[in-house]
Design a protein around this ligand. Structure first.
Ligand code: NAD
Length: 506
């Protein structure tokens, strides 16, 4: 079945439809309903009715089904990769990365979820007489608002954790790229996840806003502007939420960096997915001592970049996905050049390759006040600033309203890790930008305007459950009483307090 033939939610009455287009050819891949608030509410009711049976499977039962889904997706990866490519314009390698990263995360939670979610004993104040336990309960129906840049990976990476935790999920993919998620959810159903436990709601921001009104948990991966609106509504409804938002990630090249590693990997950091990555390298700070040799290496490695619409792993960069990103990239570049920056690599559209292609572009002589150093560009531009020393590099890196990710290039890993502690961001990688994507045991998420809450790791799973604390008193030390603070308890506590000086765990 090709993307255009997919029929999820075809039965939903809709006054308006949205067209999904291939960004390179302009071909309409599918027309899908913009679901109304009534349709969203009905979907949530079906999800709420179906969720208890999914929860009742227990985490081990759910793991079995999720493993089947992971295997099906892996078997069908070539088809999924083509769907991702058709709606984003990204190269084969980028789409393969989405499938493999998601597969890796599913494997991680298949092993980790039973451990993280098992009931736990907790410490009591009065040993022998008291017992304390925590059990975890899913929220119920969790909603996901997701972006177009990694339609499969960002579309499902949070939602799969919610499924492992026993929630039903409502997925509202980006209106630009809903087809990858639709294909994956068909495989979920084939694997045995009930239809109403995993539903796709097609539509735009209005459909998304209607979903925030009916779910028990809301997760957004998207822009900071949308994040604010979602957080306000979630607070009004008093539902928990997490926000994975934009970034303006710095990379620092220290004087002891391996310059081939730094040059080649910073190109990956800046130009992976044509720069349309929340954790892409959006600002570079290169120490004065290695600036000239680094720039020479950068030019050398940039000459090897392949930009193309062809399929195959030899292509490094494909098309941008939206005209909006292309125009923002050009506006940031024009502003920077007008204020004295110099383009040293690229700088132009490539209409010969497709309407949204733009050359990988490197810019020098930038200053911190330029929009290109302050605002998220989300395009294939690498602005580079020469800095005197490491202190200036860290100060500039932290000079941002965002704090998602950062990268430090150095051969001295110990020093890099020490410096990483000074960087104000949710994660810092040494010598390998973005690799948090491939390390699902590490929590990912932003500081400052880059977000609230964490995905991946135990943290990413525990956000999808409520704690249920259960305390019992076997009445060994207490009996019928009209007060909490009787003489026996006061005496016990005084003795315990004295004992804790020598037995602090008591
Ligand atoms: P966006 O905020 O425009 O849209 C994200 C999703 O929210 C879409 O599904 C959209 O339909 C929906 N939406 C829009 N308005 C809404 C509203 N008022 N109420 C509810 N839902 C609404 O973002 P985008 O353009 O799709 O994605 C690009 C942005 O996402 C960039 O800023 C990028 O940095 C960020 N992003 C962050 C991460 C991360 O993990 N931190 C990952 C990928 C992308």
């Amino acid at each position: 079945m090709n993307a255009a033939e997919m029929t999820i939610n075809r039965t939903v009455p809709a006054d308006e439809m949205l067209a999904v287009r291939n960004p390179i050819s302009g071909e309409v891949l599918a027309e899908l309903p913009i679901m109304s608030p009534d349709a969203v509410r009905a979907a949530a009711e079906r999800a709420r009715a179906a969720q208890p049976a999914w929860e009742a499977l227990g985490v081990k039962g759910r793991v079995k089904v999720m493993r089947r889904f992971a295997d099906l997706m892996w078997e069908e990866r070539e088809r999924i990769i083509e769907i991702i490519r058709s709606e984003t314009g990204k190269p084969t390698g980028g789409a393969w990365g989405e499938v493999s990263a998601l597969d890796n995360t599913m494997h991680y939670y298949s092993v980790k979820a039973p451990k993280v979610l098992r009931p736990q004993k907790r410490k009591v104040t009065v040993p022998f007489a008291h017992r304390a336990r925590v059990i975890y309960k899913p929220h119920g129906v969790a909603g996901f608002l997701t972006p177009w840049n990694y339609p499969l990976q960002n579309g499902l990476v949070d939602a799969i954790a919610a499924l492992f935790a026993g929630n039903a999920i409502l997925l509202k993919p980006s209106e630009v790229t809903p087809l990858s998620i639709m294909a994956a959810v068909e495989l979920m159903h084939k694997a045995g996840i009930p239809q109403d436990v995993a539903q796709v709601l097609t539509g735009d921001g209005r459909t998304g806003a209607a979903m925030v009104d009916v779910v028990d948990y809301i997760s957004l991966t998207g822009s900071t502007a949308t994040g604010r609106k979602v957080a306000i509504r979630a607070a009004e409804r008093m539902i928990p939420y997490s926000l994975e938002l934009g970034g303006k990630d710095p990379a620092i090249v220290l004087e002891d960096a391996d310059l081939d590693v730094a040059a080649s990997w910073s190109l990956v950091g800046a130009f992976e997915n044509a720069g349309q990555v929340c954790v892409s390298t959006e600002r570079m700070y290169v120490l004065d001592a290695v600036y000239e040799p680094f720039m020479a290496k950068l030019q050398e490695w940039a000459n090897k970049l392949t930009v193309s619409s062809e399929s195959g792993f030899q292509v490094h960069m494909g098309s941008l996905t939206n005209m909006r990103e292309l125009e923002r990239t050009e506006a940031h570049l024009a502003d920077a050049v007008e204020r004295g920056a110099k383009v040293v690599i690229g700088g132009k559209r490539r209409p010969d390759l497709g309407p949204l292609f733009f050359e990988p572009t490197v810019l020098v002589d930038v200053t911190p006040d330029m929009a290109i150093m302050r605002d998220e560009t989300f395009g294939p531009v690498m602005p580079i600033m020469r800095v005197k020393n490491v202190e200036e590099a860290i100060r500039q890196a932290n000079n941002s309203d965002y704090g998602l990710s950062a990268c430090i290039f150095t051969k001295n890993i110990k020093r890099g890790e020490k410096l990483a502690e000074q960087v104000e961001s949710g994660d810092v990688t040494i010598n390998h930008p973005m690799f948090l994507f491939g390390t699902p045991d590490l929590p990912m998420g932003g500081w400052k305007n880059s977000g609230v809450g964490r995905r991946n790791g135990p943290e990413g799973l525990l956000r999808f459950v409520k704690t249920h604390a259960i305390f019992s008193d076997n009445m060994l030390l207490t009996g019928p009483s009209l007060t909490q603070t009787d003489e026996k308890l006061r005496g016990f506590y005084g003795a315990q307090r004295r004992l804790r000086k020598v037995l602090p765990w008591l």
